[in-house]
Structure formats: C-alpha cells, structure tokens
Design a protein around this ligand. Structure first.
Ligand code: ZN
Ligand code: ZN
Length: 422
C-alpha cells in the first residue's frame, strides 16, 4: 500500500496517542506487546515509530519500547530444556510495575500470529502463561485499578494476516488485514478522532441506561447455552472510556464496542457455549462449552484445545470463575465485517462475551478503594489471569432480571431489545 499505508499508520499513531491513551504533556510512554511474548513484535515497528512520533508531538517526555520476536519464542519451545518454562525474569515484571506506579502511560500493540505455538505441548504453554501471569500480577493489578492511562491496539503481521485471509494470495494478505483494522478503528472516517468521540458518547449513553436499571441477574439462551449469572449489588456497567486515578480519560481498547460489568463470582449457573475460537497463549481453543455451578467451572469440553482450556481454568482458584460479562450487539461493525480475527481485541468486539479470571475493581461502586478481601466479599473475582471468550451470535437472547423477579428482554437475536436516549 506504500504511501497510503504510511498515511494510515500516521493517523493510527495519532489516534492511539490522542484517543486511546490521551497522553498528557510530560508523561512517559512504554510500548509493549503481549507479555508472554516478551514484548512488541518487530513486525509492528512501522506503526510503533509513528506512535512514538505522535507521542513526542503530544508532549511526551520519553517514549520506550520493549521489543519481542515470535521467532525467538518459537526457538525456546523447540530447544529450551523442558523443565525451564517456569523461568521468567523479575526485571521484566519489575520494569512494568515501576513504570505504571510512577503514573506513566502504557500501550500494548498486538501483532501476533494466533497459531504460532499450535503444535507446542499444552503443559509448556500453560507453564509460560502461568509464570508470566504471576510475575506481572502487581502490574496487572495496578492497571486493572486504572492506576494510569493504558490501552491495547493491534497491528497487522504476516502470520496473523494469513490466518484471517487464508484464501488471498500471500502478497495481498497484509494489505487486506491493514485495511480491515483501519476500517474497524475508524481510520477511514474523514476525522477519526471526532468519529471516536461520537462513538464513545453513544456507548456511554447505553452504559448509563444499564446502570440506572440495577438488574439483579442476566439470563442467556442460545444454541448450547442456558446460563444465569447474578450481578452483585453495586455493580457498575462500564463502556469504552475510563478515567485513570490521575483523572485522565482514556480508551483501554481500540476498537471497542462493548459495555461490561462483573458477574457475582458465586452466582453463575448453567452451561455456555463459545461462538468463536479463542486464541490463548499462541494456540486456539475451538467449539467449547463451560458449565458452572455456584460460580465455579465444573465441566469443560472442547473440540480442539481442551487440554489448554483445562490448564487455563486450573491457573488458580479464580481462573475457574467469571470476572467479566460484556454485551456487544451483533450489528457492531466488527461483527458486520464477517471476519474472524483469531484475536480477542477484535473478536470480543464482534460478540457478547464473558471472561474467566479476575474482575476489574472499577466494575463495582467503590471497588478501587476496596481491599482484595472486601472486593471478593462484594462478589468480585480475583485471579492472576483474565481471558475473554465469545458467546454472542445472532441466535443469542438475553433477559434481564430485576431484584423483584420481573424480567425484561435485553437482547434479542443478538441485538439490543431496548432503545436508548431518543
Ligand atoms: Zn470485554
Ligand atoms: Zn476482558
């Protein structure tokens, strides 16, 4: 795409700095990739350079990047001693934690091949995920409290593009993926920053209606799905824009189409079936169902990746419970693209989803000030992990249940059943 792509990347860099992070003059910025990969993919370098320029133009005092490389990761799986996969350097986690504790901004740029590690032993994948999750927990906890402004965006990469567009000639796959990403982050609009302001305001209006209703539970019905989940008193619906403890309004994900809150950790019962593959730790988990009793996973089945799913659920006590419930209409632009991205950042915005693992403290009133124990008492789940999986489709109906038992339709055939605002 040549000049056209250069132009797109420059606009994307601006969007990341101005809307996603809302980077403040004088702030420092650290750019990273998926933490289990050790850093930001070298394939994202052209975008990272644009982000760095935009950040300095916005007044950043210092911009740094932690680089990683998938080829190096593959080499580890191929040749490293089998008993070495729990190793993880403390400097890595310490650097991240020190950075966010100082109030600096963090941007994650995902450009990974969802199938990179598909032939690797699940127990080794599990060991890496587990050790990294544990090591970076202080960082994740601080970010989950919105202790600073942070965001996640994506960049195209060859391996990922080949997965999303398997039927295109290899020479056209990267351009196709860049075009898809550009459209879904609204870079095709005349003024992407203004387009995002408008979209974020519409999501906020939906969030406000849900918060005013104070639902006690949600009931899901769809193929392979019959699930009830309780909402804790004080639960807060959250949409695309958050505010950091320093008062900076930022958008944690681009794209974002969801409104979400936390389920009560002990009040999830029934079975839910995935509607999209889950890309987790470099492998895919497909066609899976999870059954809950009193909030806890009691059974999992998967057509592919069942062992990895079991490893995930066994990460720690909280990994077998839910920490997030998110609603995304089937008419969202990501769903309408008809593409399967094998990347949670995009696929979670194409479908209503749930997350196994930790709940965000900001999804309950006063949560940021709660001790871990108080948060758990209030129904919040705690875990070293947080993994979204997609359950929405045009066949999913959701009812909302009030505390007095009355029921109202919330979503029908995957789209909102209630109007907002007008
Ligand atoms: Zn989500
Ligand atoms: Zn999530």
């Amino acid at each position: 795409m040549g000049n056209h792509l250069d132009h797109t990347l420059a606009r994307y860099g601006d969007l990341a700095v101005r809307v996603a992070l809302n980077l403040q003059p004088g702030q420092r910025l650290l750019i990273v990739g998926p933490l289990a990969n050790g850093g930001c993919s070298l394939e994202a370098a052209p975008l990272v350079r644009c982000i760095t320029e935009s950040a300095y133009k916005a007044g950043a005092s210092f911009v740094e990047t932690l680089w990683g490389d998938e080829a190096l990761q593959l080499a580890r799986f191929k040749y490293a001693p089998r008993d070495s996969f729990e190793q993880c350097s403390s400097w890595f986690a310490d650097a991240l934690t020190e950075h966010v504790h100082a109030g600096h901004a963090v941007l994650s740029v995902y450009a990974n091949d969802p199938d990179l590690l598909k032939d690797q032993p699940p127990e080794l994948l599990g060991a890496v995920q587990k050790s990294v999750s544990r090591a970076v927990r202080p960082f994740r906890d601080h970010v989950s409290k919105n202790g600073t402004n942070w965001s996640v965006i994506a960049a195209a990469s060859k391996g990922w593009a080949a997965r999303v567009f398997p039927n295109l000639p290899p020479g056209e796959q990267m351009d196709a993926l860049w075009a898809a990403i550009a459209k879904l982050v609204r870079l095709d609009r005349p003024d992407p920053v203004a387009a995002w302001e408008e979209h974020l305001a519409a999501l906020a209006a939906r969030r406000d209606v849900l918060n005013a209703r104070r639902y006690a539970a949600l009931r899901y019905r769809g193929p392979g799905t019959e699930l009830t989940l309780g909402l804790a008193p004080g639960h807060q619906w959250v949409s695309g824009r958050s505010t950091s403890l320093q008062g900076i309004a930022f958008a944690p994900n681009l794209p974002t189409e969801e409104v979400f809150t936390m389920p009560h950790r002990d009040q999830v019962d029934g079975t839910v079936t995935s509607t999209k593959p889950l890309s987790y730790g470099g492998t895919l988990i497909e066609d899976f169902s999870v059954t809950f009793e009193k909030g806890r996973v009691v059974q999992v089945t998967a057509a592919r990746g069942e062992r990895v799913l079991r490893e995930l659920v066994a990460t720690d006590e909280g990994a077998a419970r839910l920490g997030e419930v998110a609603l995304v209409p089937h008419n969202s632009p990501v769903a309408q693209s008809g593409l399967l991205f094998y990347n949670t950042l995009f696929d979670e915005n194409a479908a209503s989803h749930l997350a196994l693992g930790s709940a965000y403290k900001f999804t309950i009133a006063g949560g940021e000030g709660m001790s871990d124990d108080a948060f758990e008492q209030a129904g919040g789940n705690r875990s070293a992990t947080h993994v979204d999986f997609m359950i929405g489709s045009s066949e999913l109906d959701i009812d909302a249940v009030h505390a007095d038992g009355t029921v109202e339709p919330l979503m029908r055939r995957g789209d909102w059943a209630m109007a907002v605002g007008t």
